[in-house]
Design a protein around this ligand. Structure first.
Ligand code: CA
Length: 230
């Protein structure tokens, strides 16, 4: 299913757009704030972005520019002012289309479908193999490149730290004992020192947790082991 991000501070408009797009079988997320919208656009995988121009936090011009630095997915910009559309064109920000509010929801859906189809043809013709990515909230694990990003910033992991983090992240909400983790990652029959698991968890937390005392990703289940929270 194709995923669309709507960045729009007018809740009623965003909801209306979402309703219509969902009727056409799109999966839709809404962000009402510019900064949150940019974060979502960069950190999650979308097939198209509908971007309002005037937004709290960061305006659509800036967001469009920043998305384009990293991604080439279709961006459809919307604004209440006709003048703004000319400005967007003039700035050459790389938006794929522009609409002036108010517009009919069915027109929006038609344009979204057209851009999606064009983009898919484009990507389809020179498709590169996709990297295998595990993504949970701000944490992005690129299994193919063996790299980890937290809110877009790369964090450096040793081989075992990477393997342990990836294993936990791929099995969220599952509590593993230290013994199980040791066997899984170190590939030995529990003859080694399982304290090494604790040491590695600590190192991973130092890299991904804002507050290691209150971990958001890897939770300690006292007396049992660890669990990756979703
Ligand atoms: Ca607005």
């Amino acid at each position: 299913m194709s995923r669309i991000l709507i960045v729009e501070d007018e809740v009623a408009i965003a909801d209306l757009e979402k309703d219509y797009l969902e009727l056409s079988d799109f999966e839709v997320d809404i962000e009402n704030d510019g900064l949150a919208g940019l974060q979502a656009a960069l950190n999650r995988d979308y097939d198209l972005i509908i971007l309002d121009l005037m937004l709290p936090g960061m305006d659509g011009f800036e967001i469009c520019k920043k998305i384009r630095e990293q991604k080439n997915i279709p961006i459809l910009m919307v604004s209440a002012k006709k003048d703004d559309i000319d400005k967007i064109r003039g700035l050459g920000l790389g938006a794929d289309d522009y609409m002036t509010k108010p517009f009919s929801p069915s027109e929006l859906v038609a344009r979204v479908k057209a851009h999606m189809a064009r983009y898919e043809r484009l990507v389809g013709t020179n498709q590169k193999p996709q990297n295998d990515i595990v993504e949970i909230r701000g944490l992005r694990i690129d299994k193919t490149a063996r790299r980890v990003y937290l809110n877009g910033e790369e964090k450096i992991f040793t081989t075992k730290e990477f393997d342990l983090l990836t294993f936990l992240a791929e099995n969220p909400n599952h509590v593993f004992t230290k013994e199980e983790l040791f066997r899984e990652i170190w590939d030995m029959d529990s003859i080694g020192d399982i304290a090494t698991v604790t040491v590695h968890i600590k190192k991973i937390r130092e890299k991904v947790e804002e507050n290691t005392a209150k971990p958001e990703y890897i939770e300690t289940i006292w007396g049992v082991g660890y669990r990756f929270k979703v």
